[in-house]
Design a protein around this ligand. Structure first.
Ligand code: IMP
Length: 422
């Protein structure tokens, strides 16, 4: 394996955690480059379930260096509890985890502002995870953010925090929310800073050294293409670049050091939160929820579900430069007699074969479907491509072809063993 960027080709929750875990076997270094603890990557090892929010899932394997890059926004208190949680599960976390000193931190006022802005938006709310992600990236762009390098310097942190709390308390009061106690936040974050200090380093230099050594690096994307701040269904997006370019800016590894892009997509479509989802369908939502599937790993919210949307995934191939595809949750369609796939959008007299930028217009688009025969056979025990029912293979191949990239993994369940290399 060479240096690989892994991205979600839909609206997040594509099952990236599992695919990252499988690919990590061949990587030396695993890097998170954007997002924060709004993400939830679920990995099953035997009977044990691990949900990671900030730490790359490479942590679950021995001798992998895991890096939280500069493009991530870190809730330090959340990171401490994630490390502690892993340690309780006997996962080693020490020198194998390095955190960028220039990553920005999420503070309680970010979370509070996130919640308050959602209330203000009323029926136009985004449906955020309320983890303070938008306001934290907002502060970064406005150049008033606080970074890990500040957090681990007590005097500097205190000075910066005092100013930021003063300003944000005024805003919170104006919104009718409770102001924050500087002392309380300082104490909590100082403790987290002390705890995290040994993990903090210049990760740009460290990753440069790794590439010079010839180490193999896996860049694990969080969220999905259509939640990208530039290329997603704005404003119903997250606040980072979830597409492949974000892996470069979020790590400091240059584009010409990257070798390939892997796109992960479900055999159908899901989305959490508000915003357009052209193929949304009650029948498939009920079916999947009835099977106990498609509830968010971070917030527990029921995901909205729909048919596979090849207009969206083809668009994702274009924006990310996807070379290879991993299709997950193929087994989710095991009981569906007729499977629909969206191949174009219709809007009045217009047809689209790409995702229009206007979220309002996208919400009004009617999907144009083609139909596939379901295989009506359980696939979760299949270990090889040949063991999959012919109709399941035909479906997987067709959606990969429509997406415009080479199919290399079909996943039929959460376990490592339920991964079929095509
Ligand atoms: P935020 O990132 O919390 O600001 O949320 C913005 C939008 O992105 C909302 O629709 C969230 O539901 C969605 N979102 C954020 N993180 C994830 C994720 O990890 N998976 C799926 N959706 C996400």
């Amino acid at each position: 394996m060479s240096n690989t960027i892994l991205v979600g080709a839909q609206w997040g929750d594509e099952g990236k955690g599992k695919i990252i875990d499988v690919l990590t076997e061949q990587a030396d270094v695993v890097v998170r480059t954007q997002g924060g603890n709004n993400a939830g990557h679920t990995v099953y090892l035997g009977p044990k379930k691990y949900v990671l929010h900030l730490i790359p899932s490479g942590i679950l394997r021995k001798n992998k260096l895991c890096v939280i890059g500069n493009g991530v926004v870190i809730d330090p208190v959340g990171l401490v509890s994630e490390i502690e949680g892993l340690k309780k599960l006997n996962v080693k976390v020490g020198k194998n985890l390095v955190v960028s000193e220039t990553a920005h931190i999420v503070l309680p006022y970010h979370r509070e502002l996130d919640a308050q802005r959602e209330v203000l938006k009323g029926k136009n709310k985004i449906g955020t995870t309320k983890r303070g992600i938008g306001p934290a990236y907002g502060d970064k762009a406005a150049r008033v953010g606080i970074r890990m390098i500040d957090l681990i310097n007590p005097a500097r942190f205190e000075e910066k925090l005092k100013l930021r709390i003063k300003e944000n308390n005024e805003v919170l009061k104006a919104l009718g929310a409770k102001p924050l106690s500087f002392k309380k936040v300082l104490a909590e974050y100082r403790a987290a800073g002390d705890y995290l200090k040994p993990y903090v380093a210049n990760t740009v230099v460290l990753l440069h050294q790794a590439t010079r050594r010839g180490d193999t690096i896996l860049f694990e994307g969080a969220q999905g293409t259509f939640l990208d701040i530039d290329h997603g269904t704005y404003p119903y997006v997250t606040s980072s670049n979830t597409t492949s370019g974000g892996a470069c800016t979020g790590s400091g590894v240059a584009p010409n050091r990257m070798d390939e892009v892997v796109g992960v997509m479900k055999a159908y479509t899901t989305r959490v939160g508000e915003g357009p989802l052209p193929t949304e369908n009650a029948e498939i939502s009920d079916l999947l929820h009835g099977m106990g599937r498609e509830f968010g790993a971070t917030t527990g919210r029921a995901r909205r579900c729909g048919w596979f949307d090849s207009v969206a995934t083809r668009h994702a191939t274009m924006v990310n430069g996807i070379d290879k595809l991993a299709i997950t949750n193929l087994d989710g369609l095991d009981t569906v007699a007729t499977i629909k796939v969206c191949v174009a959008y219709r809007h009045g007299k217009d047809h689209f074969d790409f995702v229009p930028n206007d979220a309002q217009l996208l919400a009004e688009c009617e999907p144009v479907y083609v139909e596939f025969d379901g295989w009506l056979t359980p696939t979760d025990k299949a270990k090889t491509w040949k063991e999959l029912p012919p109709k399941a293979r035909a479906y997987a191949k067709a959606i990969a072809e429509l997406t415009g990239a080479e199919l290399f993994i079909a996943s039929v369940g959460p376990a490592r063993e339920q991964t079929i290399f095509v």
